[in-house]
Design a protein around this ligand. Structure first.
Ligand code: ASP
Length: 436
């Protein structure tokens, strides 16, 4: 079976609901459907979730939230009317208003977007409605209780053949509604896919999958047809916006692929994210490129001669003691380099330098600032010995100095450090070299 999650723009109005029903009807394996709340219908439109948070803020400030809530009610009633649904929304809307007036939490308010949309969609599809508050559990710290949730969901899926499970929320041990972070319906979908032992997790959005580069930097980048969860994670470390991190773990661990699809272009295969690499016939070497500014490179060199093997460990321990999360670690026998966000490094610099000096074997320590980290990702890279030369040559031809170029053996990514003012040019040059 397939778990299909539909994002806010896929369910923004009645016309979008129709597209969603058509998509579901095309494959009888789509038996668990996870909807978001209605998103924007046009550029200046509001997302229902934003309006619900606004209702909560207005009530908390002692202002009237009725005008804002009327807009929310209207959106749902318009959808229900246009689709000819039999469900009477009035009691549901009245109950929500009464709860907001009684001081309901921001999480409760926000969750009603998915709740109401789930009710509508279940009615429209003829599927059973499963309230997420009864099956998705958070612990006392507000983290997902993954195992309790998994057991309960599996039980419910065994009892109901066709289910609509609203995304984004669940409940605390006290029974209060609790939400994930923004965009959290992706997480609900992934959790549902794991519990249902789905063969596929479909994530329907308004784009036909991921692109190999940021289109604001590279004109018309190619779509990514296949990528692994690991490759995707590497790209996200260099700033690419991909899936919500918490929506990867439940499915990747269970060996379930995720397919990013476009509700407005259902014939497009989108991007398939898999656990293991798939041969990319069309474009074998790399899966994508991304870049992020605001990095610094700390280079610590040890004194010679020195036979102790503990220099690298010492530097890493110092970084750990300071709570520094480095992004990359290109190192040699006598030196160790930490690439970290400048913001983070600056915050701990004095303590870090002091601790490294206390190792007593430091020869020199430099920090190079204002760097961009560019990452070229793809399993094909390690099978292609010419990759580093090609990157280097492409950048030289554009007169872009390479501050750092590193490819660990067995790694699926190559990191390139350049001055941050040259990042966009560098990405274009590398993309053009490999997209030839
Ligand atoms: N409706 C929520 C949001 O706007 C959750 C989601 O769409 O996934 O963040």
């Amino acid at each position: 079976m397939i778990v299909a999650k539909f994002g806010g723009s896929s369910l923004a109005d009645a016309a979008q609901f129709e597209k969603v029903r058509n998509i579901i009807g095309l494959d009888s394996r789509r038996t668990v459907i996870v909807p978001s709340a209605p998103g924007r219908r046009f550029d200046e439109d509001d997302k229902v979730t934003d309006l619900l948070y606004r209702c909560h803020a207005e009530q908390a400030a002692g202002e009237s939230f009725e005008a804002t809530f009327a807009r929310i009610g209207k959106r749902y009633t318009e959808i229900a009317k246009a689709l000819g649904l039999s469900i009477d929304l009035v009691p549901y809307l009245d109950e929500i208003v009464a709860n907001i007036k009684a001081g309901a939490s921001a999480d409760y308010c926000a969750s009603r977007g998915e709740y109401l949309n789930g009710l509508l969609l279940a009615d429209y599809l003829g599927y059973d409605f499963l309230d997420a508050a009864d099956v998705i559990f958070f612990d006392a710290n507000g983290s997902l209780d993954a195992e309790k949730t998994n057991t309960m969901l599996a039980k419910q899926f065994a009892a109901h053949e066709h289910v609509v499970l609203p995304g984004f929320y669940g409940s605390t041990p006290e029974g209060a509604v609790c939400v994930f972070s923004r965009g959290g319906s992706d997480i609900t979908g992934a959790i549902a896919a794991r519990a249902a032992h789905a063969e596929l997790y479909e994530n329907w959005t308004d784009v036909s999958g991921f692109l190999m580069a940021d289109p604001r930097i590279v004109p018309n980048p190619r779509p990514i047809s296949h990528i692994t969860y690991h490759e995707m994670h590497e790209l996200s470390r260099a700033g690419a916006t991909v899936l919500h991190e918490d929506s990867v773990h439940p499915v990747s661990r269970a060996g379930i692929p995720t397919n990013i699809r476009n509700t407005n272009c259902p014939e497009h295969p989108g991007t398939m994210i898999t656990c293991t690499a798939v041969q990319r016939e069309d474009f074998a070497i790399f899966a994508g490129i991304a870049g992020k500014k605001g990095f610094s490179l700390l280079v610590a060199e040890k004194e010679l001669p020195d036979r102790s093997e503990t220099f690298a460990q010492g530097v890493l321990q110092a970084a750990k003691n300071c709570g520094l999360n480095f992004q990359y670690l290109p190192s040699g026998i006598n030196n160790i380099c930490l690439m970290a966000e400048t913001r983070q490094l600056d915050a701990v610099r004095t303590q870090l330098v002091k601790e490294i000096e206390q190792l007593g074997i430091l020869h020199s320590l430099t920090i190079e600032r204002q760097l961009a980290g560019i990452v070229l990702v793809g399993y094909g890279i390690i099978h292609n010995r010419a990759t580093l030369t090609r990157i280097y040559t492409a950048l030289r031809q554009q007169d872009i100095p390479v501050v750092m170029l590193n490819q660990g053996s067995g790694e699926l990514s190559t990191w390139v450090g350049v001055e941050d003012t040259r990042m966009e040019e560098a990405i274009r040059a590398i993309y053009a070299e490999f997209a030839r």
